[in-house]
Design a binder for this molecule. Sequence first.
Ligand SMILES: [Zn+2]
Length: 272
Amino acid sequence: MAADIDGSALARAATLLADARHAVVLAGAGMSKESGIPTFRGDGGLWTVRGEPPLNQYETFSMDPRRWWERRLEQERHADEFAVAIEAAEPNPGHVALAQLEALGAVAHVISQNIDNLHRRAGQRALTEIHGNRMWMRCVSCETRWPRAEFPVDPEALPPRCAQPGCGGIVKGDTVMFGEPIPPSALHQCALETAQADLFLSVGTSAVVYPAAQYPISAAQRGVPLIEINPEPTPLTPLAAVVLRGASGAILPALVEAVRDARARGGETSHS
Ligand SMILES: [Zn+2]
C-alpha cells in the first residue's frame, strides 16, 4: 500500500465494498486526467485553447446535420494535437482496478461522465456513459449505438441514417452536445442503478455537473453510505461516510487488495 493512503479509511471502504450487494460508482474527469486526457478548462485545456463550444451546439447540429458530418469527417482525416493525445491515452491503474472490482462482484455498475472509452478498454462491462462515448455513434431517434469503427459512412450521402428496421433516424456522434438532452435510456439506467444501490462511490469527480452529481446525493439522502475518492474536497464530502484523498490510480488498486483481504477475513470468521 502506498504510504500516503489513509489505512483505516481504506479498511472501512473495503469492508463496505465487501458487504455491499449493489455498489454503484460515479466516475469523473479525474480518472481520465490521470491517463493524460487533456482537460476542458484550465491551462492548456481544450476549451482554453480552442474556445468553449457554443451552448446551442445541438441546435446547430439539428438544423444542419450534413454540415456537422462534413466537419467530423474532415477532423478524422486531420487529427489535431488534442485528438492525438486522446488517441494515445491508455487506461490507467484506476480504470483497471475499477474493472477488477466489478469482476470481483464488489461493484455492480459504473456511471461515467467520461467520453474517452477508457473504462470499456479496461474491461468495465456494467457501464452507463451518461455523456456518451466519443468512439461511438448514436441514432437520435431510437438511441441505437454503434462503435465508429463498425459504422461505415458514405461521404456522398450525409448525414448517415439509422439502419434499424422502421427507424431511419439521423445518426450523430454519441458524445452529448451542449444543448442536447441526455438520452432517456441512459437517464433511466442511472436512476434504476441509484435506486438499487446499497453503497455509492464517487471517484475523480468534482460532483458539480448535473444530473450526474444528483445520483450520489440522492443515494446518501436515503441513508446509503457514500465513499469519496478524490484529491480535493467536493460538495459531496460532507455526505461521505469514508473519504479517501488522492489519485484514483493509486487508491483504487489499493482498494482491490483491501477488498480481497476483507473477504478473506470474513471467510475466516464464518468458519471459526
Ligand atoms: Zn434509429
